[in-house]
Write a protein that binds this ligand. Structure first.
Ligand code: ZN
Length: 161
């Protein structure tokens, strides 16, 4: 059904939300972060949902778009030139699932700006994604940290491994 990749699974306490992150994509994110050090980097997450919508599988983690500058946080900072890619993927049953970015040398916990940005994204009708996922990679080479959250009805839901 999905790729046969090994993945890490992150689940909310009430098991209502689950995100599967293939190890190969996590490794790519770490590689992008290493290359960006000491700067931030990040981009959008694309994936698909299970038939019962209980879990999402990440199938792509894009790096910064060409137009993006070194931003503070989010889709807006990474540039809307992702939209053609998203439209193409939409036809293949892959959707915008959310965002990821890097906190160099620090905790992967989302900042208050991150949280506010994601809450705003969840109400952006253009993205058709009322419950976006945020993955933050923290740390640096060898000491990576990660946080996975879902934003629903204006609140952050923390997912745990
Ligand atoms: Zn952040």
């Amino acid at each position: 059904m999905m790729s046969s990749d090994k993945y890490e699974e992150f689940v909310s306490e009430d098991h209502a939300y689950s995100v599967r992150l293939p190890v190969s994509i996590l490794e790519k994110m770490h590689k992008d972060c290493s290359a960006a050090l000491p700067k931030e980097t990040g981009g959008i997450l694309v994936g698909c949902y299970s038939e019962d919508l209980n879990w999402a599988t990440i199938t792509n983690a894009y790096g910064p778009s060409r137009q993006s500058t070194r931003y503070r946080s989010s889709f807006v900072r990474f540039g809307f030139d992702y939209l053609p890619t998203l439209n193409r993927l939409w036809n293949k049953g892959r959707y915008y699932i959310g965002e990821w970015h890097f906190h160099p040398f620090s905790s992967a916990a989302p900042s208050s700006i991150d949280v506010n940005t994601m809450v705003n994204l969840s109400s952006d009708k253009k993205l058709h994604c009322p419950e976006p996922v945020l993955i933050v990679v923290g740390g640096a080479n060898g000491t990576w940290d990660i946080s996975v959250s879902v934003f629903s009805c204006g609140a952050r839901i923390v997912l745990h491994k």
